[in-house]
Design a protein around this ligand. Structure first.
Ligand SMILES: NC(=O)c1ccc[n+]([C@@H]2O[C@H](COP(=O)([O-])OP(=O)(O)OC[C@H]3O[C@@H](n4cnc5c(N)ncnc54)[C@H](O)[C@@H]3O)[C@@H](O)[C@H]2O)c1
Length: 342
């Protein structure tokens, strides 16, 4: 039997890493290629559990290196692409936008050219609800697939640009594709610069937890396992050329998220320290996932069950995140947040 070859870009990162493990375990008949540059956000230690499996392959490469990517696509004859690789942290895009354009825009264009050249069966582009801009606090307003793109940060602008290129390659060259736009993910292997793992790791170490502004910005939280199932469904069943929003109907303020973690870990709210707000901080994101639900997807986690699972995972896997926060990331944290406490 001929095996399908699925190239997952950014498979050493948070969501891509979870998706690689999901796909390697669920589809022994597919060959999964994890292509990743291993930037500060990429880490292969998470794949010790699958690296011996026959259908798992790793390729170190830069998606914005045209020659390298073309050569890999031609050699491996890839059937499907699930594209996660990106610079993904909004704060970093505010201090250094250029790498976001290089990786997220140029990198995506290089992959699209390679996909077109060899004629892949489908290109699934993993994007974000942040391309829609922000919502006000009216709880009945949601992002749908028809909401106009109005990105506010250099990160979301680079993602929106890549979405438009994917759409254009479909319209112009007939490249089979889907775009998914998801809300904030959380769960195992989340890099400890993002709100939930940052809070868990600092609370466990009795360190102050920075909360931007008044903490009332709202995010819609999606467990990464539910996201992986959504991408699997779109890859196999998504209608060619369509966009699908992925969200869990779990709206929480940033302050509520931090308070929940502190309470679960039995610590004091005195650990919270409000810091100067992020520039251009979007007020609220909330997804209407009806279109994906019609395709057959439903989240299996509520915020309560998901955050409990995630906190337990961080307690059980201290060695994974401790090795990360002791490294280069520490210098970044000190530059990013000016805390008065420890
Ligand atoms: N984390 C979220 O909540 C969230 C929400 C919505 C959308 N997304 C999107 O999902 C995707 C994955 O997000 P994540 O949180 O897992 O990101 P991440 O930062 O954890 O991982 C990104 C991965 O891409 C790799 N990478 C970066 N530049 C590369 C390059 N030039 N060539 C090859 N690999 C490179 C990194 O090494 C890393 O392994 C991104 O496209 C992001 O925009 C994330």
């Amino acid at each position: 039997m001929i095996k399908q070859k699925i190239l997952v870009t950014g498979g050493a990162g948070f969501i891509g890493g979870n998706f690689v493990q999901y796909a390697v375990n669920k589809y022994p008949n597919y060959d999964i290629y994890n292509l990743d540059l291993l930037t500060y956000a990429g880490d292969l230690t998470k794949h010790r559990v699958i690296e011996q499996q026959e259908n798992y392959n790793f390729i170190k490469a830069d998606i914005s290196n045209r020659e390298e990517i073309m050569a890999i696509f031609k050699k491996e004859k890839i059937d499907y692409i699930v594209h996660f690789a990106a610079e993904s942290h909004v704060d970093r895009s505010i201090t250094d936008p250029e790498i976001f354009v290089r990786t997220n825009v140029i990198g995506t264009q290089v992959l699209l050219d390679a996909a077109r050249e060899i004629g892949v069966k489908k290109f699934v582009h993993v994007s974000t609800d942040e391309v829609y801009g922000e919502l006000d606090f009216d709880p009945s307003s949601f992002f749908t697939e028809e909401t106009p793109l109005q990105p506010n940060s250099p990160y979301s602008a680079s993602k929106a640009s890549s979405d438009l290129l994917v759409r254009a390659y479909h319209e112009t060259y007939g490249l089979p594709m889907n775009i998914t736009r998801c809300s904030n993910n959380y769960g195992p292997y989340h890099f400890p610069e993002k709100l939930i793992p940052l809070t868990i790791s600092r609370v466990l170490n009795d360190q102050k937890v920075p909360v931007y502004g008044d903490g009332n910005n709202i995010r819609d939280w999606l467990h990464v396992y539910d996201h992986c199932a959504a991408i699997d469904l779109v890859l196999h069943e998504g209608e060619n050329g369509h966009v699908y929003n992925v969200g869990g109907h779990n709206e929480k303020t940033n302050l509520e998220v931090v308070q929940t973690i502190i309470k679960t870990l039995g610590k004091s709210e005195d650990l919270i320290e409000f810091v100067k707000d992020r520039l251009g901080h979007d007020k609220r994101y909330a997804i209407d996932p009806t279109k994906l639900e019609r395709l057959g997807w439903a989240p299996t986690y509520t915020f309560d069950t998901g955050i409990a699972q995630t906190i337990q995972w961080y307690l059980d896997n201290k060695e994974w995140w401790e090795q990360i926060i002791s490294g280069e990331y520490k210098n970044y944290f000190e530059k990013q947040y000016t805390l008065k406490g420890n």
